[in-house]
Design a protein around this ligand. Structure first.
Ligand SMILES: [Zn+2]
Length: 854
């Protein structure tokens, strides 16, 4: 099945065209008769015409449905099938619409609507999947209660809400909370549950279950604990309680996204819920905890208060990402979480904001909404909330949130509603702040300074480069958290938030004994690019003395970048002062191991390419790769005498516990091991591989060995040991490509696409291979163009199977204008080849067109 795009230009939808639906949906009753190739869905929906409707056209969305019959108040009617759905003449009073349709879940490889994954039925309806289940006003502002009957011979049959009855071959569910259709879910299959329970603060007992395929029961305990912690945290921090008697999570192998917050029945990509020490790394554990929290938090920010239309997607996603980041910071380490988030933002969102796919957190037009589940909507959306909280202060933030839940519970809302509660709760005018939602692009903030007679002046100039459709930008409100240090390293001014509102603005600090060293953009208080002329010695000073952990890391990171850039541009040797500073920090056992691990992690090669591009140079991926190799080798040699001691000191002994403390130590230990492996021929890594009793250490040893081209035996052994574990095999596939030398990357990836365990139908496996290819910077951008060609071929092949995943992965080409004309021509040819594919999906067509037209 395929969303075949006609040769004519696909339809574009605009925010300004929003019109409410002309009918209220009072109740929805659905009956499913499950059958892999011929599931029948009967719907009985009570519609009430709205007296004040602007538009009373009765249009129901529907795609890939076979309509068997339609009735109104029991009388057969003839519906007119039109593009994207059906129309019908209906009474101007309350009426019962009934329809029977047939669908083919087994043939549904797009994984939207009702589909099958390893013999199990499951659904994915966000954003517009429900229209592939039955005819319905499939838009988030239409909310209703749902009653569902499932008939079939599956041992477990689940839907939203609470169970209301079950017998041989059937089960019934009722969800008392009105919801939009995108939150509908159904799961049926041979599943086993890992049970748990939670008592809410008002004393209500909630039954909890994680449902998995038989054999995976042993991988649910961590997820269950994470769920309970999330429920407790949302009560403690936001005062929000769970509102049903039951909360189910189901793990599904074939899933386009990470997880989905369907009311009372969250469906998870199995990679985002199944965990065990033997099969999951520390990073997996942290991610699973965060995603379980994220989906749970949606119960209020998303489900009880939803979006009026899909242009408002960041209303639920930005806020919920912000909430899950707060949760992770509370459960683990606040500075480490902030640093990790900024690394991710710069790796994923900044390139998006600076390239042909740039769009505001609230876009104003789209062709395919699936293409807007982006880093901008999610991560920048969360940054905007963080800025708002910083500007109004913590107390006002929670006051505004309480008002939001009080005023809008049960409603489908807009960004205007959201900002209004802040204005009403604080009296603050947010009209300028709102530009963050409508303007695309990452603001550049240039800082200059002046010091005379004890007065220090900081002058900020902000500008945002043009983005597609937005040549000119107005100045935004930018909260700039600043502290000042004296030259001896003492903090002479604690953090204060300067509010930038104009294109150019100065702030003064009086009564200073000497010219201070500024620490600007503490905690990364705004998603901007700071431009300030400074020296490596000042960066080293901040790395040693800044009281703000984020800015300490940032100073080290900026220093690392400068050293790398100098190596690339001038063929310079790695800066000795920087190597000394790194050595000192790594050997300082007083410092948090997680922090040391982060400082030891080099800026990504893609990040160096972006930096060179911003400074007007054309990045050469091979030169960037060579500089990275030289730097790491030199660092390993400099640390040679300390490495064995550091390795021993950071090795975590005893029972594996996936907590922040242990994870921080293991992260540092893995960095040390990879350096050591460059010097000892892999002896220590081979010992660690042989003795590891958890995946974090096993994987770190394997990665170090493979990177040094000494891991052939271990890679074979790893495959033998884990070939039946789908999630571990994804790691095995990805690692071989990630560790390949630039000239061998495409060939390695190509060979893996021929492997019997490679599959186009499983998004995780496809991403493991093609995502790793795109993520190996020097390999993907190798001058031969083989990386581009291989990705394009595979995207073309995937498009007819799974348009949504294809379109998302096209974004690997979004930075193409950074590179030289030969590479640009190669990429352009591949993009044009994709676009010329006959029957190309609407999803992929939109993404590729946007990249080509910019
Ligand atoms: Zn979400």
């Amino acid at each position: 099945m395929n969303d075949a795009a006609p040769n004519a230009a696909p339809q574009t939808f605009y925010l300004k065209d929003y019109k409410p639906f002309g009918y209220e949906v009072e109740s929805v009753k659905l009956t499913f008769q499950l059958s892999p190739n011929a599931t029948k869905v009967h719907s009985a929906i009570r519609f009430n015409p709205k007296a004040d409707a602007e538009d009373n056209r009765f249009f129901l969305h529907g795609e890939q449905l076979s309509l068997i019959s339609a009735k109104i108040d029991g009388t057969p009617v003839t519906a007119r099938l039109v593009d994207g759905g059906l129309e019908c003449d209906v009474p101007r009073t309350s009426f019962l619409w009934e329809a029977e349709v047939e669908i083919d879940p087994a043939a549904n490889t797009a994984l939207e609507g009702l589909y099958m994954s390893n013999g199990m039925y499951c659904t994915q309806c966000e954003a517009e999947g429900f229209r592939k289940i039955t005819y319905y006003p499939d838009r988030p502002d239409v909310m209703s209660t749902f009653t569902v009957r499932i008939e079939g011979d599956e041992p477990v049959m689940l839907s939203n809400g609470n169970p209301t009855g079950a017998g041989e071959g059937w089960a019934e569910w009722h969800d008392p909370w009105p919801k939009p259709a995108y939150l509908f879910a159904l799961v049926a299959g041979d599943l086993v549950n890992h049970p748990g329970s939670f008592t809410t603060k008002s004393g209500k007992d909630v039954e909890l279950n994680i449902w998995v395929r038989p054999g995976d029961e042993g991988k649910c305990a961590f997820g269950m604990e994470a769920l309970k912690k999330s429920m407790k945290w949302d009560e403690d921090v936001y005062g929000l309680e769970y509102d049903l008697d039951l909360f189910n999570i189901v793990a599904v192998d074939d899933f386009n996204m990470g997880a989905m917050e369907n009311k009372g029945l969250n469906i998870f990509n199995s990679s985002c819920v199944l965990a065990s020490p033997e099969t999951s790394t520390d990073a997996n554990f942290e991610r699973i905890e965060a995603i379980i929290a994220h989906e749970y938090f949606h119960n209020w920010t998303g489900n009880r208060i939803t979006c009026r239309d899909w242009f408002q997607l960041c209303l639920k996603e930005g806020l919920t990402v912000f909430r899950d980041a707060q949760f992770t910071a509370d459960m683990r380490s606040e500075p480490v979480k902030r640093i990790e988030d900024v690394i991710a933002l710069r790796a994923r969102q900044f390139p998006e904001d600076g390239g042909p796919l740039a769009h505001p957190p609230r876009p104003e037009e789209f062709q395919e909404i699936n293409n807007f589940y982006t880093a901008t909507v999610y991560e920048k959306g969360a940054e905007v909330i963080g800025m708002l909280k910083r500007l109004v202060g913590d107390d006002n933030y929670y006051k505004a949130l309480n008002l939001y839940f009080e005023r809008h519970d049960g409603q489908a809302c807009t960004i205007e509603d959201w900002l209004k509660v802040f204005e009403d709760a604080t009296g603050r005018d947010l009209s300028q702040f709102k530009l963050w939602y409508s303007q695309a692009g990452t603001p550049r903030v240039k800082v200059t300074e002046d010091y005379a007679d004890g007065t220090y002046t900081l002058t900020f100039e902000q500008s945002t480069p043009p983005t597609p459709g937005q040549p000119e930008k107005a100045p935004r409100v930018i909260p700039m958290a600043v502290g000042l240090l004296s030259p001896n390293g003492d903090e002479v001014r604690g953090t204060q938030v300067l509010e930038l509102t104009e294109a150019k603005q100065s702030f003064t600090f009086d009564g200073l004994a000497s010219k201070p060293v500024p620490s600007i953009l503490r905690e990364f208080s705004a998603p901007v690019i700071l431009e300030r002329e400074t020296t490596n010695s000042e960066r080293a000073f901040l790395l040693a003395h800044d009281t703000d952990p984020f800015n300490r890391w940032e100073a080290g990171n900026a220093l690392a970048k400068e050293v790398r850039v100098a190596m690339v541009l001038d063929g310079a040797a790695p800066d000795a002062a920087y190597l000394d500073a790194l050595e000192k920090l790594v050997r300082d056992d007083e410092q948090d191991p997680a922090f040391r691990a982060l400082v030891l992690s080099p800026p990504s090669q893609s990040d160096i390419a972006q930096t060179l591009h911003e400074r007007g140079h054309t990045p050469d991926p091979q030169t960037i790769y060579d500089a990275a190799e030289t730097f790491t080798q030199t660092l390993a040699q400099q640390l040679e005498t300390s490495l064995p001691r550091l390795y021993a000191a950071t090795t975590v002994e005893g029972l594996y516990v996936p907590d922040a403390d242990g994870a921080g130590k293991r992260a540092l230990n893995s960095r040390i091991l990879s350096l050591l492996t460059r010097l000892d021929g892999g002896e220590q890594a081979a010992r660690q591989y042989a003795s590891a009793d958890n995946m974090t250490q096993q994987y770190a040893a394997l990665a170090a060995l493979m990177k040094a081209e000494k891991g052939e035996a271990q890679s074979k052994a790893f495959f033998e040991q884990w070939q039946d574990d789908r999630l571990v095999m994804d790691k095995w596939f990805a690692l071989q490509i990630a560790c390949a030398a630039p000239e061998a990357t495409a060939a390695t990836a190509k060979e893996l696409t021929q492997h019997p365990l490679f599959s186009m139908k499983n998004p995780n496996r496809f991403r493991a291979v093609m995502g790793a290819l795109a993520g190996n910077h020097a390999g993907f951008h190798h001058a031969s163009g083989a990386g581009y060609q291989l990705l394009a071929e595979n995207l073309i092949a995937l498009d007819s199977v799974n348009p949504q995943t294809t379109a998302r992965m096209c974004a690997a080409f979004q930075t193409w204008k950074r590179y030289d004309s030969k590479r640009q021509a190669q990429i352009q040819a591949e993009l044009e080849r994709i676009l010329a594919t006959s029957g190309l999906s609407r999803d992929t067509h939109e993404m590729v067109s946007r990249m080509l037209s910019a």
